[in-house]
Ligand binder design. Structure first.
Ligand code: SAM
Length: 319
């Protein structure tokens, strides 16, 4: 990196007139920075090589001899090597060992299930804390309550916070057998009554014979793993009158910068390419299903909005 103007350069600049000196110094320094940037990139090296090759060809054309011929051939060989390297580098550019689309979310969660709980960041923790606080608000005055956790995962981050509650029941629906196994492992011996359904959310929601309604329905950090949106009318039907739906997910402004949810498993990185989840689009769909918005909390990571936790109520009069 070029930092400032060196002594030899200063001596050269000293020869210039005083009035134009600040502008010239700036220009000179800028050109040196540009030059350093060009030199430091592979693209810069390729450009330099092409120019050198053209000069060698011109030299060969003017004075055909062994020397310009060997120089031109050497530069041509280097150029071919550089182009081949750039092409293979571009193909294998992904920084991850395994990349999954939301259509393969089940494979992704199966692969990362055992490492999922350990991977949690501070901001995920804040998101989960806000969800837990909201659930507690709803269940604290109820004698018996039932939470339906759509895409409940390992249960460690939300359900386990209610482990000693004997008045409550918790049902998790999840499509990943390994996440479900972790849930069962994490919930061993707790006082909370737990149940788990190994099923795809869309299939679960499509099952119109649901006789049961729940005090709280959760869909936390799941929408961004789904290939398309949930059927909110069906989700709303699962909420008891006077109950709540809690929706939380990563902000799209964050997924725009970090599009992958990554988990390291035995030294190999697994990355799920997330679907951006826009709360502004969810609100009208959810409220049209008969729920009212009761508030949204943002979790921030420095200046960027990281996630949202939004609560929707079902009026007591509505069935
Ligand atoms: C990021 S985890 C969140 C888990 C939990 N809600 C939490 O906040 O810790 C997403 C969960 O959704 C589940 N999931 C993803 N797509 C699903 C689908 N189509 N049907 C059911 N579960 C799904 C995954 O298996 C995973 O356990």
């Amino acid at each position: 990196m070029v930092q400032g103007v060196r002594a030899t350069d200063r001596r050269m600049l000293a020869g210039l007139g005083r009035r134009g000196q600040p502008a010239l110094t700036g220009l000179y320094s800028l050109s040196k920075h540009c030059w350093a940037a060009i030199r430091s990139t592979e693209l810069g090296l390729r450009v330099i090589n092409i120019i050198a090759l053209l000069l060698a060809v011109a030299w060969l054309a003017r004075s055909p001899d062994w020397e310009p011929a060997i120089t031109a051939l050497g530069l041509l060989g280097t150029l071919i090597f550089q182009e081949a390297r750039a092409a293979t580098g571009a193909k294998g550019k992904s920084p991850f060992d395994h990349v999954y689309s939301t259509n393969k979310a089940r494979d992704f969660y199966n692969a990362v299930a055992k490492s999922y709980d350990a991977r949690n960041s501070t901001f995920l923790l804040h998101t989960h804390r806000e969800v837990i606080r909201r659930i507690k608000e709803y269940v604290k005055d109820r004698d018996g309550w039932h939470v339906l956790d759509l895409g409940g995962g390992t249960g460690q981050l939300i359900a386990s916070h209610f482990y000693d509650n004997q008045r409550g029941e918790w049902t998790s629906v999840d499509s990943s057998p390994n996440m479900v196994a972790q849930f069962q492992h994490n919930m061993q011996g707790v006082k909370l009554t737990t149940g788990v359904v190994l099923r795809d959310i869309f299939e679960f929601l499509a099952d119109v014979r649901h006789p049961k309604k729940y005090d709280v329905v959760l869909i936390v950090l799941v929408l961004s793993s789904l290939p398309h949106d949930a059927d909110w009318a069906k989700v709303a039907k699962l909420v008891k009158p006077g109950g709540a739906l809690i929706v939380a997910d990563i902000e799209p402004s964050y997924t725009a910068i970090h599009p992958h949810f990554t988990v390291l498993v035995e030294g190999r990185s697994h990355a799920l390419r997330m679907r951006p989840t826009h709360l502004s689009e969810l609100i009208p769909m959810i409220t049209q299903s008969g729920l009212t918005q009761a508030g949204t909390q943002s979790v921030k990571q420095e200046q960027t909005n990281y996630s949202f936790v939004s609560v929707f109520n079902k009026p007591s009069s509505q069935h």
